[in-house]
Write a protein that binds this ligand. Structure first.
Ligand code: BG6
Length: 489
C-alpha cells in the first residue's frame, strides 16, 4: 500500500469562496468581499471610494488604486463572496456529506474578519468564534480533523483603509493577536494549521493575497517581508499554545517547463521557479535566499532585517510544506513563439503535448509527480497537496444526476501521480485535499459555474438557485478511493 495508514484524505475550501453570510454575526468586510464577479473574458474588479467621494472599480489582478482610496462594497455591484455556497447555514449538511465520503480531514479557512472585523480591534468577536466552534465540533463528531488556513485571501479591509494592510509592519501584530486568539480557543480541536494561502501569489496578486492596492515593487516586497515574519510568529505562537500543533505553509505551485532545450529557455524557467521557491525557502529554511537579496539590490528595493527579525525567521520554520497544484505551463524567450501564442494562456506558453480545461489550465499529472519530487528534494519536509482538481461546467440532468467523468479522469491520474511519487520515488506525503470539494465560487473569475466539487451546489451566476446539495458521480468514486486508501482508482 503506497499511502500510509492515517493518510489525510479530504477536501479543501476557503471561507470567502464558500461561507457566504458576509455581513452576518458582526463579521467585517474582507478583501474578497469587495471583488466583483467576472468571467474568463471579463476580469474581476475591486470597488472603492476615492478621496473625492467617487465610487470606482478597478481590475483585481494588478490593482493600483489612488492614494486615500477607501475600499468597501457599494450598491449596484455583484459580489459573489456575499452569498457564495452559504456554508454558514449549511455546515451540518455539508460536513455530513464529507463524512459520507469518508473524509479524514477538511481544509477550510477561518475568516479573519469574523474574529476581528476590522483587523485591529483589541477584543475578538464572540459570535465569529462561536461559529467555528460549532463547525469544528461537527467535524470532530465524525472523526474529521480540521486543517485550518489562517489567511486565505481574506485580509480585513479595515487594515487596508487604515494603513495599507500588509505593506505596513503594524499588521504583523494584528495578525499575531488573531492567531493567539484562535490558537487558544480551538486548542484540542484543531491540530493542523496553514499560515498564508499561496503566499507567493503576492507577486502578481497584491490585493488577493494581502489586501495591498498597489503594484509598487517596494510595497510588494515589504508586504512579503511582513507576511513572512507573521508566518514565523504564527508557527511559534501555535507551538507554544500546544506542542501537538503542526503548522505548515502553503505555496501556489505550477510546474514550469522550458518550451525548447535552448539554454535561454531553460534559464528563464529557473528564474520563474524562483517566484514559487522564494517564500517557501524562507518559511522552510528560516532565512532570505541570496538570489532574492541580489534581485532586490538590482531593482533598487530597500530591504533589511534586524537581528530579532532574523532570529524570528530562523525559529519559526514550518513543520510541513503544503501546496496547490492544478497545471503546468511552458516558458519561452523566443519572441516568435510568444507572438504566435498571443495571450492564449493566462500563465504562460501552451504545451503542445497537453490538453487544457475550459479555462485554459493545462492538465498534467506527471507535473504533479515532478512537483512533489522537486519540493521534497529541496526541503526534506513532509508534504501535503492541499489543492488540486478540475474546474468544469457541470450539467445537472433532468433526473437530478451529474455525470462528471472528466473530473474523475483528472483526479484519478493525479492521485496515481501521487501514488508513484510515494511508492516509487519515496516522497513523504501526509495528505490530499482536492479543491472545492463542495462547489464554491472561483477565486480568479468569481464565477459559480467553474465547479470543482464532488457535490453540486445549486447556485448560479445570475443569483438564482436554491442552494440544494446534489451528489455527483465523482462523489461515489472518491468515496471508494478513500475507502481503499488510494488503491482502487
Ligand atoms: C487557488 C486558490 O489558487 O486556486 C483558491 O487557493 C482557488 O482560492 C483555486 O479557488 C482555484 O482557482 P479558481 O480561480 O479556479 O477558483
Amino acid at each position: 500500500m503506497a499511502f500510509k495508514e492515517g493518510f489525510l484524505w479530504g477536501g479543501a475550501t476557503a471561507a470567502n469562496q464558500y461561507e457566504g453570510a458576509w455581513n452576518i454575526g458582526n463579521k467585517g468586510v474582507s478583501s474578497a468581499d469587495c471583488c466583483t464577479r467576472g468571467s474568463r473574458s471579463e476580469p474581476r474588479k475591486v470597488t472603492y471610494m476615492t478621496k473625492e467621494g467617487e465610487i470606482k472599480a478597478d481590475v483585481m489582478f494588478g490593482l493600483d488604486a489612488p492614494e486615500g482610496a477607501q475600499f468597501g462594497c457599494f450598491e449596484g455591484y455583484d459580489y459573489p463572496s456575499h452569498e457564495a455556497s452559504d456554508f454558514y447555514h449549511h455546515y451540518k449538511e455539508d460536513i455530513a456529506l464529507m463524512a459520507e465520503m469518508g473524509f479524514k480531514t477538511f481544509r477550510m479557512s477561518i475568516n479573519w474578519t469574523r474574529i476581528y472585523p476590522l483587523g485591529y480591534e483589541e477584543e475578538p468577536n464572540e459570535e465569529g468564534l462561536k461559529f467555528y466552534d460549532d463547525v469544528f465540533d461537527e467535524c470532530l463528531k465524525y472523526g474529521i480533523k480540521p486543517l485550518v488556513t489562517l489567511s486565505h485571501y481574506e485580509t480585513p479591509v479595515g487594515l487596508t483603509n487604515k494603513w495599507g494592510s500588509w505593506a505596513d509592519a503594524r499588521t504583523i501584530d494584528c495578525f499575531a493577536r488573531y492567531v493567539e486568539t484562535v490558537g487558544n480557543r480551538y486548542k484540542g480541536k484543531v491540530e493542523y494549521w496553514l499560515t498564508f494561502n499561496e503566499i507567493n501569489c503576492l507577486e502578481f496578486g497584491g490585493w488577493m493575497a494581502a489586501g495591498v492596492a498597489s503594484r509598487d515593487p517596494q510595497k510588494i516586497a515589504d508586504a512579503g517581508k511582513h507576511q513572512l515574519l507573521a508566518s514565523a510568529k504564527a508557527v511559534q505562537i501555535l507551538h507554544e499554545i500546544d506542542e501537538n500543533n503542526k503548522v505548515g505553509n502553503m505555496i501556489g505551485y505550477g510546474m514550469i517547463y522550458p518550451y525548447t532545450c535552448n539554454p535561454k529557455d531553460v534559464f528563464q524557467t529557473w528564474e520563474k521557479f524562483k517566484g514559487s521557491y522564494f517564500y517557501c525557502d524562507v518559511q522552510a529554511r528560516g532565512y532570505y535566499p541570496s538570489y532574492k537579496l541580489k534581485e532586490y539590490e538590482q531593482k533598487g528595493i530597500q530591504f533589511s532585517l534586524t537581528k530579532e527579525e532574523k532570529e524570528l525567521l530562523k525559529n519559526g520554520t514550518v513543520d510541513f510544506i503544503s501546496f496547490s497544484y492544478y497545471m503546468s505551463n511552458c516558458t519561452s524567450t523566443d519572441p516568435k513563439v510568444l507572438a504566435d501564442q498571443g495571450g492564449n494562456m493566462m500563465f504562460g506558453v501552451k504545451n503542445p503535448y497537453l490538453k487544457a480545461s475550459d479555462w485554459g489550465w493545462q492538465i498534467d499529472p506527471i507535473g504533479l509527480r515532478l512537483s512533489l519530487n522537486y519540493m521534497y528534494d529541496r526541503y526534506q519536509k513532509p508534504l501535503m497537496v492541499v489543492e488540486n482538481g478540475l474546474g468544469a461546467q457541470d450539467v445537472l440532468e433532468a433526473n437530478g444526476e451529474i455525470h462528471d467523468s472528466y473530473r474523475i479522469d483528472y483526479l484519478r491520474d493525479h492521485i496515481q501521480a501521487m501514488h508513484d511519487a510515494v511508492s516509487l520515488d519515496g516522497v513523504e506525503l501526509w495528505g490530499f485535499t482536492p479543491w472545492g470539494c463542495i462547489d464554491l465560487v472561483s477565486a480568479s473569475t468569481g464565477e459559480m459555474h467553474k465547479r470543482y466539487g464532488f457535490v453540486y451546489v445549486d447556485y448560479q451566476d445570475d443569483g438564482t438557485g436554491n442552494g440544494n446539495r446534489i451528489r455527483k458521480d465523482s462523489f461515489y468514486w472518491y468515496k471508494k478511493v478513500i475507502a481503499s486508501n488510494g488503491e482502487d482508482l
